[in-house]
Design a protein around this ligand. Structure first.
Ligand SMILES: O=C(O)CCC(=O)C(=O)O
Ligand SMILES: [Fe+2]
Length: 525
């Protein structure tokens, strides 16, 4: 997959530049051979010249609308063009051979090519961002997200996106998007793609019908017919819906359009938007301190976000060049992030859209350095041994377009002993090192918007601040799970989010995390 990591999408945008050059050469060669250049190819080349100029700019795909445009073009248009050039008999042609050669000379690996899953992934990203951040649908279609503006979504883009939304049971979104598209159609004379207002009207009517509101479909069509009665299809549709409605009992005519995202996630979304206020009583007890480390000369800026369980943000704990070393390492080692799914199985799932690389302290000196820093600041051991380690390898993560990680707890053990039926992926490892006692999360990048780490029980939103780290205990001093450390990584709205996790295990901390005066005493690090 490509959509699952922003850095892969950036590579894809660069890849397109090379494809564009190869295509230009191909057209030139055809002309020199006095061959006919297919009009589709000519038209595409004009478009792609203009597009690739923009998509080659840095940070381009960090905008999810751009990410969608790029993927859509790659999957739908480039693949058609490639088929056109590389058909069996065409490959006899010198120009076509050269085209293929140029691509392979640049080592363009096929797995970087966009697949259907990628286009769907970037379309779903737009839907997700729209409902999580309450984005204005019309503005979004016009290409605006917050204060950034880019190429609008065309009518056929919106048709594609709403089809995906419908398939994935986001019917509310599909209807709202079509309604907004209709409004933009009404307010502009734009009729690109030959998609006219009437086409949108009929789609919207059909979407309402599928949703179980055929009377709304009828209403929409009738309204359109009053204004323009020349369309025969609309008249047919009106007759069809009249007939359908007559057969429908009155009791089935009451359904209204309602927001269909699970209610349980609404709180998580509010936190992502930064809209949850905490009680003044709690806020008044929080503070910022210069925290002592285990080195006598080293102190760090700590913002305490919660006392029990202890949750803090540490500032200026990783420098830009250090973060770059991690990112560089990760870029060539990324794989889709896994999650524990069921008994004994780990896997990929839609709850986590990102890619991951693991790095041990022995692999690169920077990993050792940053591990040690965690140890200096927290006082906990991060020592790695061949068998039983005190902490895990660093997990470096890059999120994808609209990428997020839904609510979860970091320790594995709760899967075993806290009422859930299934066991962790690697019980042997847990027997040796114990469970994840604490999480240290380095923020290796800034983002323009979104992507906060939110704690849904504590009502804490930790923003993405490059150079900072979040640190919290997931298991209390008594060895019990801190259920309230349930947290999530919010969808990234604008930007490329990089983090690196260090999970600290129970073993090795016995003389480092001392008991409190009472079994449940808050941590005081
Ligand atoms: O990306 C984030 O903000 C949270 C990530 C996280 O919770 C995890 O990787 O376990
Ligand atoms: Fe986590």
């Amino acid at each position: 997959d490509v959509f699952t990591a922003l850095c892969k999408m950036e590579r894809l945008a660069k890849f397109e530049m090379i494809m564009k050059v190869a295509l230009e050469e191909y057209v030139l060669d055809l002309r020199n051979q006095m061959e006919i250049v297919p009009t589709e190819l000519e038209r595409f080349l004009t478009d792609v010249r203009y597009q690739a100029m923009k998509s080659n700019k840095e940070h381009f795909v960090e905008n999810p609308i751009n990410a969608f445009h790029l993927m859509y073009r790659m999957y739908n248009r480039w693949s058609r063009i490639s088929n056109l050039i590389m058909c069996d008999e065409c490959l006899q042609n010198q120009a076509a051979k050269k085209y293929v050669d140029t691509l392979s000379r640049f080592g363009l690996d096929t797995h970087l090519n966009a697949t259907e899953k990628d286009v769907i992934g970037t379309a779903m990203a737009l839907i997700r961002l729209w409902y999580v951040y309450n984005l204005d649908t019309e503005l979004l279609i016009r290409g605006q997200i917050m204060d950034t503006i880019t190429d609008p979504l065309t009518s056929s883009d919106v048709f594609f996106i709403t089809d995906i939304a419908d398939e994935q049971n986001h019917h509310y979104a599909a209807i709202k998007w079509l309604e907004a598209l209709l409004k933009t159609k009404e307010s502009t004379a734009d009729n690109e793609d030959n998609i006219k207002e009437v086409h949108v009207v009929r789609r919207l009517a059909s979407a309402y019908d599928k949703y179980g509101m055929p009377w709304k479909s009828l209403e929409i069509l009738q309204r359109y017919n009053e204004f323009d009665s020349s369309d025969e299809k609309v008249k047919e549709n009106i007759a069809y819906f009249r007939g359908k409605l007559e057969k429908l009992p009155m009791s089935d005519r009451t359904k209204q359009l309602t927001f269909d995202e699970p209610k349980t996630r609404e709180h998580y979304y509010s936190l992502c938007r930064g809209h949850v206020a905490r009680p003044t009583q709690i806020l008044s007890e929080l503070k910022c301190v210069y925290k002592k480390s285990i080195l006598p000369y080293y102190r760090v800026k700590e913002e305490i976000m919660n006392w029990k369980p202890r949750l803090s943000i540490l500032y200026d704990v990783v420098f830009d060049d250090e973060a770059n070393v991690f990112k560089e390492f990760a870029m060539s080692n990324l794989h889709r992030s896994g999650v524990v799914l069921t008994e004994n199985t780990a896997g990929f799932s839609e709850v986590r859209i990102s890619e991951t690389a693991w790095v041990s302290d022995a692999t690169i000196p920077m990993a050792k350095k940053l591990s040690k820093r965690v140890e200096f600041i927290t006082g906990l051991s991060t020592q790695q041994y061949p068998v039983v380690s005190h902490a895990e390898f660093f997990q470096i993560v890059n999120y994808g377009s609209g990428g997020m990680y839904e609510e979860h707890l970091d320790p594995f053990g709760y899967l075993m002993s806290y009422g859930r039926a299934f066991r962790p992926a690697d019980p042997q490892d847990l027997q040796g090192s114990g469970d994840r006692i604490a999480t240290w999360l380095y923020y290796l990048s800034d983002v323009r918007a979104g992507g906060a780490t939110v704690f849904t029980d504590l009502n804490v939103t930790v923003p993405v601040v490059k150079g900072a780290a979040a640190f919290w205990y997931s298991i209390d001093r008594d060895g019990d799970l801190e259920q309230t450390t349930t947290h999530a990584g919010c969808p990234v709205l604008l930007g490329s989010k990089w983090i690196s996790n260090k999970w600290i295990r129970e073993t090795g901390q016995i003389f480092r995390r001392l008991c409190g005066k009472t079994p449940k005493a808050p941590d005081d690090i």
